[in-house]
Design a protein around this ligand. Structure first.
Ligand code: FDM
Length: 188
């Protein structure tokens, strides 16, 4: 008889929201509770595609906007066999960013072009500036407005992070925490 499938839990949010810390804590808590859990993150920078993305994010190379969006998507697709294998083995996967980042960052980039002159720098990587991050946050809010995703909202004290699982989606920034009951549709 097949064992129980693992859960896919995704944390989404803007840069420096604390997603990685929360992912680590969640994996630790699940393991402490006797579950098998592992962490993944996107972009997965170790693959050939991941190396291209890393170089792009570190401003060492330029890639056309549509092409880079497809590379982020391909970078998720190349991990799909591993994801399926782990889930089918009963391992719960806690994922630091997934396809919602793809939508939020690419669509925010279109807005950013008009606003580029107002950027304030706060980080080393390409997207780490406040004006752009505000736009990404707005895009996450817009994604949360989708009525087909059946969101619920909680108040949180701090942190900008979110969780997406096969059956639940959570997103939070400093003001809200949302939950999706149904499985999100769509591709990685
Ligand atoms: N990012 C990440 C995208 O623009 N699209 C995507 O599909 C994904 C998964 O890559 F700025 C961006 C978001 C962020 C950067 O940074 C990854 P971290 O610190 O490794 O999360």
């Amino acid at each position: 008889m097949a064992g129980r499938r693992g859960a896919l839990i995704v944390l989404e949010g803007v840069d420096r929201a604390g997603k990685t810390t929360q992912c680590c804590k969640l994996v630790e808590a699940l393991c402490d509770a006797g579950q098998r859990a592992q962490m993944l993150r996107f972009p997965e920078r170790s693959t050939e595609i991941g190396k291209l993305l890393s170089s792009y994010l570190e401003k060492k190379s330029e890639i056309e906007a549509h092409a880079v969006h497809l590379l982020f998507s391909a970078n998720r697709w190349e991990q799909v066999p591993l994801i399926k294998e782990k889930l089918s083995e009963g391992v719960t996967l806690v994922v630091d960013r997934y396809a919602f980042s793809g939508v939020a960052y690419t669509s925010a980039k279109k807005l950013q072009l008009a606003d580029a002159a107002k950027r304030e720098g706060f980080g080393c990587e390409l997207y780490e500036n406040q004006a752009f991050q505000k736009q990404v946050l707005q895009r996450f809010y817009q994604l949360m407005e989708d009525p087909t995703l059946n969101w619920k909202r909680w108040n949180l004290r701090s942190s900008h992070s979110g969780v997406l699982s096969a059956s639940k989606f959570y997103f939070s920034d400093s003001r809200c925490f949302q939950k999706l009951r149904r499985s999100p549709r769509g591709n990685p």
